[in-house]
Design a protein around this ligand. Sequence first.
Ligand code: NAD
Length: 260
Amino acid sequence: MRLDGKVAFITGSGSGIGRHIAQVYADAGAAIAVADLNPKAAEAAAAELRAHGAQAIATPVDVTDEAGVDAAIARTVAEWGSLDVLVSNAGIQIVAPLQDFRFDDWKKLLSVHLDGAFLTARASLRQMIASGRGGAMIFMGSVHSKEASVLKAPYVSAKHGLEGLTKVIAKEGAAHGVRANLVCPGFVRTPLVDKQIPEQAKALGMSADDVVKKVMLRETVDGEFTTVEDVAQVALFFAAFPSNALTGQSLVVSHGWFMQ
Ligand code: NAD
């Protein structure tokens, strides 16, 4: 599973899952554009990759900004001459009961996950078609692409939506040698989840410890969090897979929480 000579644009790679995917892809030989809303985090992640001998640039971007996304992809292509792998991973979480959900929060969450995936996929596809090299697109879904949980109406809606987008791109991209896949992790201990634990504890009237044991990990087979390494290895598998055989597929990586 190698990515030598490939260029990967990874959104949300200033933190958590995306940051680790960037490291794993760099170890597999790819040049990395660290695309993140937080410019300091993007610079720090790119500097860390370079310190390990990788080729990496920071491309600060808001994935909901059409012009910004197009410019960040163009900058990546200007740097290395191509774009071979998109990992659309940037995401946020906002939890609340549906009856209290603020419309602004609903729209914000859908925009980061769905507008972000659309805009980065469109800009990447245009580039992959122009280069004639094709490519791979990996979208960061969730167990919540398959399953629902309380307090997460927009997140579950967005993550289900990404499964549909993945399948459309698999069909439309085939003529251009572009594959699309969805990675669906269970709970991973990142800043996104750490923020949610006290929020869920408050909303559900239980302790933080109980949220972890009785809500987040209850359905796993081993009571373990999924790790950034678990997720990054699946993302590498999809990016480096040598044929179109798996295009359009999703893979749940959740320690048995959800089995399809
Ligand atoms: P994280 O908070 O550690 O990292 C998310 C990154 O996305 C941050 O660096 C943030 O700056 C960036 N980001 C947020 N909004 C952005 C925007 N508009 N434009 C560009 N960058 C933006 O979170 P994480 O846990 O690593 O989550 C990454 C992805 O994995 C998300 O799509 C999330 O939904 C998904 N996911 C996470 C878990 C989990 O348990 N942590 C489980 C399943 C799926």
